[in-house]
Structures are given as structure tokens and as C-alpha cells.
Design a protein around this ligand. Structure first.
Ligand SMILES: C[S@@+](CC[C@H](N)C(=O)[O-])C[C@H]1O[C@@H](n2cnc3c(N)ncnc32)[C@H](O)[C@@H]1O
Length: 377
């Protein structure tokens, strides 16, 4: 199926003309410093849609796959009859999930809801999704995501969408309000899971960490990834130690069949796609069985590495594999532990507020700089 998908992607992108490269350069600017100038319906523009499929689709394609593969047993056991992809674009997150289902032999969803405000991109996404899930019923939901109702998903993806609402403290509250409303409107089934993925850059990730803590105050919400079991308030956010993102080596993506795409992109754009990153958080609204692990919040190039161990960030005893990796201690495996770790949480104490202003806690490396900024995307 991977080959079929890449074949379809190749024909959808078409020839790599100078016009395509111009759109691609503009799109990359719009996703970074030139964000303010981005057209709101950019996915409805033929050239920009093609450019997105040439660059961002392959860039993001491994993300959901990788997230699921980190906690295989948890995601594999999840009942996903109806999948909802909010701000689906050309279907990137759904495609990633379906590739992973094929990889691990998980049953495919029976219904897939593709939601976006761009009509063109919905049709494109459906074309790709049908290759990987030919029997699934595809439902289109066109419009503004925060006004969508009764989408009724077992699993909802929101991949690289929230940052389109802007960034920084004021935007955060707007995102929280929209998300709260979205969750209240019956879009997630009881016991369902919401997975939000964002770019690894400082502002969208700090916003996501803030949202993570804000959503955790809901007594029904359990953070299931990437945070270690039982983490009530993000210690990285509380102590203002930088931002938490994952940066698996790109070799992982290339194993999915992305090597030729990467080579072409690198040649065309004169860039190096070594290890682009992303940040994410997944919530389940129901009972969940946790697992013991730490997560690397710095990488092997920073010695010593640092691990989030739930309540605190600690120096890694050995080197950490890469930023965002789950690090299992001796005798631990990614298997369920006492559900007690996820029992309803008390509200954070004032000195644990998400903005961290009143916290005076210090890390062993408090004199050090926060983790290095990821490479420009
Ligand atoms: C950066 S793309 C992400 C596409 C895909 N999810 C991915 O991970 O590659 C953002 C998508 O969200 C859609 N979008 C942004 N804001 C939206 C909104 N308020 N309501 C509906 N769709 C929105 C855009 O049209 C675009 O297709």
C-alpha cells in the first residue's frame, strides 16, 4: 500500500516545475516567519495544495505512525470505528494512522470523517484515504472546525491545525475556548481520544503545553502521551525550561518509503531533512491504563540528557536516544500499570499554575539554556 500511496502522491503533485518550487518557497515562509501574510484558504489554491503535498505531507506523514508506535499496546487496543481528522488537509494524519494500522495489523476504521474548510483538499484527501482504506465510508465535514457538531469520533486527530489560530498567550485562551466548545459538542465519543500534533517551534509548542495543563484540569481527561503516567502538570512548562517536542531521526521516516521524496526535496530546495520534529499531546476522556516510562526532553547531542519522569525533570543516567524517545527503566516495558496513576486529579496548586509564575523550583541544570531550537522547517 505504501507504494500505491506514493504513486498517487506523485501524480497529484505533478511535475516539479519552477512554479511549484515558487509556491513551495512561499508556503514555507507562510508556515514560519511570514505567517501573518498567509491566505486563509491557501489549500484551495491549486499551486499551494500541490506544494503542500510535495513538502508538508511527506514531512508530517511519519508523525502519527511514530506516536502510535511508541506506545503500541495502548493504541493497538483502542477501539476506533469512527476516525475524525480535523483540519485534515490532504489527509496526512489519517494516512499516517492507516499506514500504521497496516503495519501492526490493526483493524481499519469503518468510517472516516475528513473535516476542513477547504473543499479542494477534502476531495484530495479522500482520494488518498481510499487507497489505504478502500472499504471505509468517507464522510466530508466542510467548515470551521470549532463550529462542528456531533462528529462522534472514537479517535480525533488535530494535526498542525491549532497553530493556524495564531500563537502566544492571548491566542492560547482562544484555542482553549474553541477546543472546550468542540469537545462539548459531542464530537468525541465517551472514552474517545484526541490527539493534537503541532510544529516543534517554540510558540506553538508552548501553547500546546499550556493547553495540555489547562485541559488536564477536566477531571475526565487523562493525558496518555507523551507524558509519563501520572503527570498532573507539565514540569517543563511549570519551570519554564523550554518546550517539549519529539525529533525522531528521519531514517525512521525513510523506512516507510520516503527516502526518494526526501532526496528530491533536499535537491530541489537545497536543504537537509535530517530530523524535523513535532510536538504532540493525546488525551483520553475515560479510564485508561498507564505505563511506566520517562521521556527524553533533550537529545543525545546535549550531555547530559534530561528526562521527564512525570513530576520532575531529571538528568539521564546514560545517554538518551533522541529527543522525544520513551526511555524505559530496568524491568519496565510498555505494558499497563496500575490504573491508579491516572485517577482523577486535584486542581493544580497556585504554585503549579500552567504559567509557572509562582514556581520557584529549580532543576539541576537551572543555569543551562533551554533545549536547542529545532531546525527551521
Ligand atoms: C497545516 S494544514 C494541516 C494539514 C494536515 N492535518 C497535516 O497534518 O498535514 C492545516 C489545515 O487545517 C485547515 N484549517 C485551518 N484552520 C481551520 C479552521 N478554522 N477550520 C477548518 N479547517 C481549518 C486548513 O485548511 C488546512 O487544510
Amino acid at each position: 500500500v505504501n507504494e500505491q500511496l506514493f504513486g498517487a502522491l506523485e501524480s497529484a503533485v505533478g511535475p516539479w516545475t519552477p512554479a511549484l518550487l515558487r509556491c513551495l518557497t512561499q508556503l514555507r515562509d507562510w508556515m514560519g516567519a511570514d505567517r501573518e501574510r498567509r491566505l486563509s484558504g491557501y489549500m484551495n489554491q491549486e499551486g499551494h495544495l500541490r506544494a503542500y503535498m510535495a513538502y508538508y505531507l511527506p514531512l508530517h506523514l511519519p508523525e502519527v505512525f511514530w506516536i502510535m508506535d511508541q506506545r503500541r499496546s495502548f493504541w493497538k487496543d483502542m477501539h476506533v470505528e469512527r476516525l475524525v481528522d480535523v483540519g485534515c488537509g490532504p489527509g496526512t494524519a489519517t494516512l499516517s494512522y492507516l499506514l500504521w494500522c497496516h503495519h501492526v495489523g490493526k483493524e481499519l476504521p469503518k468510517e472516516i470523517v475528513l473535516a476542513d474548510f477547504s473543499r479542494k483538499v477534502l476531495e484530495q484527501a479522500a482520494g488518498f484515504v481510499k487507497i489505504l482504506a478502500p472499504e471505509a465510508r468517507i464522510v466530508f465535514e466542510r467548515g470551521e472546525w470549532s463550529r462542528m457538531r456531533r462528529l462522534d469520533g472514537d479517535l480525533i486527530f488535530m494535526s498542525h491545525v491549532l497553530n493556524e489560530e495564531g500563537g502566544g498567550p492571548r491566542a492560547r485562551e482562544g484555542k482553549q475556548r474553541k477546543l472546550d466548545a468542540f469537545l462539548r459538542f459531542g464530537n468525541l465519543r465517551e472514552g474517545g481520544t484526541l490527539l493534537i500534533v503541532e510544529p516543534p517551534l517554540k510558540t506553538p509548542t508552548l501553547d500546546l503545553m499550556w493547553l495540555r495543563d489547562a485541559l488536564s484540569e477536566n477531571p475526565d481527561a487523562r493525558v496518555v502521551a507523551p507524558c509519563p503516567a501520572g503527570t498532573l502538570v507539565c514540569p517543563l512548562a511549570r519551570q519554564k525550561l523550554g518546550w517539549c517536542y519529539s525529533q525522531p531521526p528521519r531514517t525512521f521516516a525513510r523506512a516507510l518509503g520516503l527516502a526518494p521524496w526526501d532526496q528530491r526535496l533536499e535537491r530541489a530546495l537545497r536543504i537537509e531533512l535530517t530530523n524535523p520534529g513535532f510536538s504532540y499531546v493525546a488525551f483520553t476522556f475515560g479510564e485508561v491504563e498507564g505505563s511506566l516510562y520517562s521521556i527524553a526532553v533533550s537529545d543525545e547531542t546535549r550531555k547530559p540528557g534530561f528526562l521527564c519522569e512525570g513530576k520532575k525533570i531529571a538528568r539521564a543516567k546514560g545517554s538518551v536516544p533522541f529527543r522525544g524517545a520513551y526511555v524505559l527503566g530496568k524491568g519496565e516495558k510498555d505494558s499497563p500499570r496500575e490504573p491508579a496513576a491516572f485517577k482523577p486529579r486535584p486542581s493544580p496548586r497556585p504554585d503549579q499554575r500552567p504559567d509557572g509564575r509562582r514556581s520557584s523550583s529549580r532543576l539541576p541544570d537551572s543555569g543551562r539554556k533551554p533545549p536547542k531550537k529545532p531546525k527551521p522547517r
